[in-house]
Design a binder for this molecule. Structure first.
Ligand code: CP
Length: 328
């Protein structure tokens, strides 16, 4: 059976507060209240993770399956740890080494995993919209663990959790997202979540890596765009660097990596020019020496390792939120 066309995920869903959630496909259908609920639940989950026996029976009897068509270290391992901590049975599949290599379609793969008893599928795919297609053919719940350049909602939620943990609140904070915006699903999901939570977001990149400026302005009227990182650093509370996604990049978008680092890299001088309370983030994996210098990644301002640690609690909170609807 061939796959149906993947629906466009770029049309935002309207948030419907209090709706019982079945899938987590992006943050565009999360209200601010639901985001805060997830962050509060993640705070409780973090307390569970700190116990001598970190396990609770919330997902006992349920099966969570990781289905990864693209590489991952943080997202895959933290979803697995999150599911196990909630007492779920876990299975995982990567495209490499599976029947995907024999040509099995996404829909048939999802139906096969359903036949094996999955309740929740966590899926990463190189094509934007693939998790939406999976959601149309699966009776349980789908969590998008990153689709093409479209969305990475669990990453955005763990970023929001880490910001709130470090700075105490979200509303009114000035966030600068610097780097390869064009190819970044992390940026897109963060923009939805941050704006919903009342944060002020500025995108900063060379014009070739910003994307369609008119689309940004029409979709997010309050979003700011800057091409001058040094000018906005002194007003930045949260500086988020993004990885240069060379694997998705067409030739010619960057004349030279060294020039890119000079104008848009996070280095010690730029860290020194941030306000005293400001934090530096990066979703990982990093190209150290390109978009962030080693001294910046390891500086006291850096919360990059905390982001990874918090990913487990936030993903537990997401699995918990879906648990009521997850039975096929
Ligand atoms: N941030 C992130 O998605 O990292 P991985 O690709 O290692 O999962």
């Amino acid at each position: 059976m061939s796959d149906m066309p993947i629906v466009s995920p770029f049309v935002p869903w309207v948030p419907t507060p209090n709706r019982k959630r079945r899938h987590v496909l992006d943050l565009d259908d999360f209200s601010a209240a639901e985001i805060i609920d997830v962050l509060d639940a993640a705070t409780s989950m973090k307390e569970v993770l700190g116990r001598s026996v970190p396990q609770v029976p919330i997902l006992r009897g349920r099966t969570v399956v990781n289905v990864f068509y693209e590489e991952s270290t943080r997202t895959r391992m933290s979803f697995e740890l999150a599911a196990r901590t909630l007492s779920a049975a876990t299975m995982s599949m990567t495209a490499k080494g599976s029947s995907v290599e024999k040509g099995e379609s996404l829909i048939d793969t999802i139906r096969t995993i359903q036949a094996l008893g999955a309740d929740i599928i966590v899926i990463r795919h190189g094509e934007s919209g693939a998790p939406y297609l999976a959601a149309q053919h699966f009776k349980g719940s789908i969590i998008n663990a990153g689709d093409g350049r479209h969305a990475h909602p669990s990453q955005a939620l763990l970023d929001l959790f880490t910001i709130r943990e470090r700075l105490g609140e979200l509303k009114g904070l000035n966030v600068t997202i610097v780097g390869d915006i064009l190819h970044s699903r992390v940026a897109r999901s963060n923009i939805w979540g941050m704006l919903r939570c009342g944060m002020n977001v500025t995108l900063c990149a060379p014009s070739t890596l910003i994307g369609d400026v008119r689309m940004w302005q029409e979709t997010f009227p309050t979003l700011k765009i800057s091409y001058d990182l040094d000018a906005i650093i002194p007003d930045t509370d949260v500086l988020m660097g993004l990885r240069l996604q060379k694997e998705r990049m067409q030739a010619g978008l960057l004349p030279a990596l060294r020039e890119y680092s000079t104008y848009f890299g996070i280095n010690q001088t730029r860290i020194d020019n941030l306000p005293d309370h400001a934090i530096v983030m990066h979703p990982g994996p990093m190209n150290e020496g390109v978009e962030i210098m080693p001294e910046a990644a390891d500086s006291p301002r850096s919360v990059i390792e905390a982001q990874v640690t918090n990913g487990v609690a936030v993903r537990m909170a997401l699995l918990y939120r879906l648990s009521g609807e997850a039975t096929a």
